[in-house]
Write a protein that binds this ligand. Structure first.
Ligand SMILES: [Zn+2]
Length: 51
């Protein structure tokens, strides 16, 4: 579980020691506090392609 914000640099990941419940809770709190759009991914974020 990986969640990130489209409007700022906020993110939370279950790979960083959070449980999935905690990640979801953090995402909801971020949305409530800021009104930002939080997207979620089941997989880690795509790596940036380099030439
Ligand atoms: Zn945000």
């Amino acid at each position: 579980m990986y969640k990130y914000c489209l409007d700022c640099g906020w993110q939370a990941s279950s790979e960083e020691g959070y449980t999935e419940r905690e990640v979801s809770k953090e995402a909801i709190e971020h949305f409530v506090e800021t009104g930002h759009t939080v997207e979620s991914l089941r997989l880690p974020p795509p790596t940036i392609l380099e030439n």
